[in-house]
Design a protein around this ligand. Structure first.
Ligand code: NAG
Ligand code: NAG
Length: 338
């Protein structure tokens, strides 16, 4: 009983909406993975017509309504959930509570979208073996990056001398976003165009706008000159430093104490120097010294070994000398500040 009633209601509903014609010429347009549904007025209707439009991805169970009761003849679906798979786009005509049947189309976003040409910038580089560096920038897409959306992305390049437009060289399907154009003539203007190559996307890809640049002159470029100067000047300085330090190390500047210089200048006056320069005679005395305590020092000269323990006065002088030399040497060690 209840089901019969709802069937009758449903029948009435269908017959009511079928009175209104659905939108005409419904098409999906996608630019850089964004999607817009467009349509034409079904008839020149006497009253104001509105439209409701939405989409359903093949992974979704129900339609997502995006534009409700719009007076425009298009609906921007914004960011769609997936690049791959297929969508069903639909739209219907509405006049107050009446509405038409859904007009539906199938749309494969990843395949049917138009992808803009890349942005190309050129840099002229190098000296004798100069080259032009082509930097390729992918267009910004609505859903994800070009590489994320399609996996493999390649580029077709074409370039020519500005004065010789008919002789065009080509680089096909390079995956690099930085391409070097080599073996160019110096001081010549070259022009470049790049096209994105994505096999999964069926729409024809436009080449980028023509970009031109002058190749470098044959002589050393200013940039290279600057680099070589910034490298060689500190290097020369470093080498000079090393030579200077090495010399200082081999010829240390040790200043002797004043009294030793006096001794050196007048050797005869010093008993110490006399003792150093004149070999000791082949005889010895034995001296025993006993102090007030029970300890004693024994000073002996042994001729066979040329060994002599000196008296206190002389040995004091020798100690002083070595201390002085030691102090001096420490202050002026050549490697102290290397
Ligand atoms: C649908 O498109 C065709 C071809 O572009 C055109 O001739 C026709 O007038 C359009 N229909 C409507 C209702 O605008
Ligand atoms: C075309 O250009 C290439 C290199 O850019 C050159 O080797 C070749 O001779 C040119 N051909 C003609 C017909 O000018």
């Amino acid at each position: 009983m209840v089901s019969d009633f709802s069937f009758i209601l449903g029948f009435l509903n269908i017959s009511a909406m079928s009175l209104l014609p659905p939108p005409q010429n419904v098409t999906g347009v996608s630019h850089n993975l964004g999607a817009i549904l467009k349509w034409d007025d079904p008839l020149t209707l006497p009253r104001t017509v509105t439209y409701t439009a939405g989409y359903k991805h093949n992974s979704m169970k129900t339609f997502q309504t995006v534009c409700i009761g719009t007076k425009e003849r298009y609906c921007d679906f914004g960011e769609l959930p997936s690049v791959s798979g297929s969508y069903r786009f639909r739209v219907r005509t509405e006049i107050q509570r009446e509405h038409s049947n859904w007009e539906e189309i199938l749309f494969r976003l990843g395949k049917q979208t138009i992808i803009d040409s890349p942005k190309v910038t050129l840099i002229s580089k190098g000296g004798a073996t100069g080259f032009i560096e082509v930097n390729i920038q992918d267009p910004v897409l609505k859903i994800s990056s070009l590489r994320e959306a399609y996996g493999t992305v390649a580029y077709n390049l074409r370039f020519w001398k500005e004065t010789d437009k008919k002789n065009v060289s080509e680089i096909k399907k390079t995956t690099e976003q930085q391409v070097k154009l080599t073996a160019l003539e110096p001081n010549t203007r070259y022009c470049v165009q790049v096209q994105i190559h994505v096999p999964q996307c069926e729409t024809a890809k436009e080449f980028s706008d023509v970009t031109c640049i002058m190749s470098t002159e044959k002589r050393l470029s200013a940039g290279l000159l600057a680099i070589s100067l910034t490298v060689t000047i500190p290097l020369l300085f470093l080498i000079c430093c090393i030579i200077y330090k090495g010399k200082k190390f081999l010829h240390p500047k040790v200043s002797l104490p004043v009294h030793y210089n006096k001794i050196l200048n007048n050797p005869g006056s010093s008993p110490l120097l006399a003792w150093i320069t004149v070999p000791p005679e082949e005889k010895y005395d034995q001296i025993n010294a006993v102090d007030e305590g029970n300890t004693y020092d024994q000073m002996t000269c042994v001729p066979e070994d040329n060994l002599c323990i000196m008296d206190r006065g002389v040995s004091m002088a020798v100690n002083e000398y070595y201390n002085a030399v030691g102090k001096n040497a420490k202050c002026d060690l050549p490697y102290g500040n290397i």
